[in-house]
Write a protein that binds this ligand. Sequence first.
Ligand code: UD1
Length: 375
Amino acid sequence: MTDPVRIVYVIGTRPNFVKTAPVIAAMRERHPDGHHVIVHTGQHYDRAMSEIFFEELGVPTPDHMLEVGSGTHAVQTARTMERLEPVILAEQPDLLVVPGDVNSTLAAVLVASKLQLPIAHVESGLRSFDMTMPEEVNRIVADRFSKYLFMHSEEAAENLRAEGIPDERMHMVGNTMIDTLVALRDRIEAADSPGKLEVTPGGYALVTLHRPALVDGPLLGETVAGLAALSEAMPVVFPVHPRTRKMMEAAGGGAEAPNLLLSEPLGYVDFLSLVAGAGAVLTDSGGIQEETTYLGVPCFTLRANTERPVTIDLGTNELLGLDPSAIASIPERLAARPASPLEPPPLWDGRAAERIAEVLLPAYADPERAITAST
Ligand code: UD1
């Protein structure tokens, strides 16, 4: 009789809770006797950025809270590494599971690889080819050192091959962020966030902005002015990320316009209800490009590039460039869009986490249970 498997999941930011919740659930189901240890780095810590997601997504309370908080990239990464290493040494896991491309991801991968702990990377192979994006560095390191690379689109495999990563490490499983959307679809439909804000479904624009390239410099003021102008054509709903809020306050506050509705960050269900009802979404987020593609909602991405080209080729996404003046063209671009319905990309079907668990099962199942399961 072997010991039950021990798996550590490292999460720390809002999008990563969404990507990991279904993986933890699928792994717990297949390894009910295993030790599933959840480590929250604390990179995101406001209730609206963290706790509310654990509640809504049904993620168990973390076993370890590292409380690293905010800081420069080096400080945030180093603090996470320092606090994670003793946890890994104490827990002695067989595997570390980590999603995405944030600083918590980078830190976890560096700690685990130095301890020669196998790593499973969820959302592997995305590349913007823009090394000025902190996430691009984090993705490359995560993929280079992970044993199991779980991908959600074909271009991910091409990107990994181009970096010399062998096919044996790659697994096309689909999109775990879409798993969460599918699992909570009924609650999202019932939430009626547009009704609560008194905006008409299909008639408003929803905005999210948080990337340093856009919000940490002079482009933010131009962007907010562009949103105020857009709100004369259609109401604009803008839940503001804390980073963006801080920058707006430093620049002297936001633009005042009667139909520009600023709010605090929203919980998952309320936010997705707003996405599903939007006539258009304007964003610089990665995950929202995917969620709009799945839901068939027109998405305009205020960036020069995307690491998610599948959302342009097969989805609803259009790149506006890193150019706030392009916001003015949204009504015209919307009118020019074909109305034909789209199919979501292959394997964006709500079952990606199950596939991840199936890949990991032979390596980590209790041999006795694996025999029982196959007979
Ligand atoms: C991080 C990720 C980004 C991801 C985003 C999702 C990195 C390099 N960036 O960006 O890839 O798309 O999360 O939201 O890891 N803050 C709060 N409360 C919080 C969290 C942050 O007030 O709960 C404020 C702080 O002022 C902080 C700033 O937001 O300095 C930025 O937070 P940080 O975690 O450094 O990066 P994000 O911009 O959130």
